[in-house]
Design a protein around this ligand. Structure first.
Ligand code: SF4
Length: 424
């Protein structure tokens, strides 16, 4: 058994709903917590045969607010995972917590249970802005939580912050960066505020108090520069870490590795199949207890879709993409994509180094648009080459024939393996 997998556990409970939140999370549903805990543990037990084929090297408890759920219950789920799966001793085990929402005693309990990484939702260092987001903590709570976590033995801490907040200007963002780096966390995630339909903030989507796109872009580039100065290297569009503290679990998502999720709305990717569970906690509990199907959506990924994911996900990281690697795994050419990347290079949005293409910080800032264009280019190339009158029949690399080949494990950087295709 040499296959590794990451496990995601969704804890959908929150003390209250934040004004910008569009995650599947529930405030005022705490009465469901005991039944939910039993259902997740039962569900993990039912997966023991599937888990048996894997070594678990990352576990991530996200939400929602796992710290609102209670250390004892989090530990009970982790224990179920240890019982029914092969959790490696040196696994990265992360739990999301909210400042002020967890006691020092609970942090000690979590550390003793084997949790070794915290992701703390600081969001802002400005108390007025925290209030406008509907957060119930202050920055002083965040400082206390980091101190408590350190004394509980956590030496791998990540903090989340958000830019583009109502009334935020460059100076207040600079203050947020300075105060956040002073927390001395090992990892910082830095997200731009998105005003999503269905959230409380949506009515303010056209408000002049919200920084416009140019102001948000300035804040992003400022963060990249300042965080680098403080020793946080950017390794993904929104993620920065001190050397060796990149999130191993999240890297699985970006590198196309396998992961299995539990809980309502949780997503999984195993054996070229993507699936997700029903996004309704009561239905989830009931169906697990009745032994019924909880999968709401599933999709067998085609080779071409997997190749698209390679481009889409890896371009979000500093590892970027490589023409040779892409061909080795998918037996596909990427001439149209390369043409586009050369244009991006001329604009200062991409760079080519050591055989790999990756985005610059300016490119990361535009990554949603640029990746969309890259995927269009990949589709155009496929469409053109799939037309027989434009294909050189008999050529070894003729792309028409490349979708009927058998999967093999392909070595990638870091000694990892991905499933690719070779000639039969
Ligand atoms: S704590 Fe997180 S998951 Fe819960 S409502 Fe706020 S943003 Fe959403």
């Amino acid at each position: 058994m040499d296959k590794h997998v990451g496990i995601y556990i969704h804890i959908p409970f929150c003390a209250s709903k934040c004004a910008y939140c569009n995650f599947y999370s529930l405030a005022g549903a705490d009465k469901l917590i005991p039944a939910y805990n039993s259902a997740v543990i039962k569900h993990i037990g039912e997966y023991s045969a599937q888990l048996d084929g894997y070594l678990i090297d990352t576990v991530y408890f996200g939400g929602g607010t796992p710290s609102h759920y209670g250390a004892g219950r989090l530990a009970s789920i982790f224990n179920a995972l240890k019982k029914h799966g092969h959790v490696l001793l040196d696994s990265e085990v992360t739990v999301e917590i909210n400042p002020g929402g967890i006691t020092k005693e609970d942090l000690i309990k979590l550390r003793h249970a084997g949790f070794n990484r915290l992701s703390i939702g600081v969001q802002s260092t400005n108390d007025t802005m925290l209030k406008s987001l509907g957060r119930t903590h202050t920055f002083s709570d965040a400082q206390d939580t980091v101190n408590n976590a350190r004394s509980a033995g956590f030496d791998n801490i990540s903090v989340d912050i958000i830019y583009g907040l109502p009334s935020q200007d460059k100076d207040s963002w600079a203050e947020t960066i300075a105060k956040t780096t002073a927390l001395k966390a090992e990892h910082i995630s830095c997200y731009g505020l998105k005003i999503e339909r269905g959230t409380q903030l949506y009515v303010f989507k056209d408000s002049p108090f919200l920084p416009d796109d140019d102001a948000q872009a300035d804040m992003y580039l400022y963060a990249v520069e300042m965080l680098a100065g403080f020793g946080y290297k950017q390794y993904e569009v929104s993620n920065f870490a001190r050397r060796g503290f990149e999130s191993k679990h999240n890297m699985k998502y970006w590198l196309g590795d396998e992961y299995i999720g539990f809980g309502p709305g949780a997503h999984s990717y195993v054996g070229h199949c993507r699936y997700s569970f029903i996004e309704d906690i009561e239905q989830y509990i009931e169906r697990v207890n009745m032994g019924q199907v909880v999968v709401e959506y599933s999709e067998e990924m085609s080779d071409f879709e997997n190749a698209g994911e390679y481009l889409m996900l890896r371009l979000r990281t500093i590892h970027g993409i490589s023409e040779d690697e892409y061909y080795h795994i998918y037996r596909l050419k990427m001439d149209f994509v390369l043409e586009l990347l050369r244009k991006y290079e001329a604009n200062g949005w991409a760079l080519f180094k050591d055989g790999r293409w990756r985005f610059t910080p300016k490119g990361f800032m535009l990554s949603n648009t640029l990746i969309g264009e890259v995927l269009d280019a990949q589709t155009r190339q496929r469409t053109q080459i799939s037309k027989p009158w434009q294909t050189t029949l008999g050529r070894e690399d003729a792309q028409m024939t490349l979708f009927d080949r058998k999967p093999v494990a392909a070595e990638l950087f870091g000694g990892r393996k991905l499933v690719g295709r070779i000639d039969t």
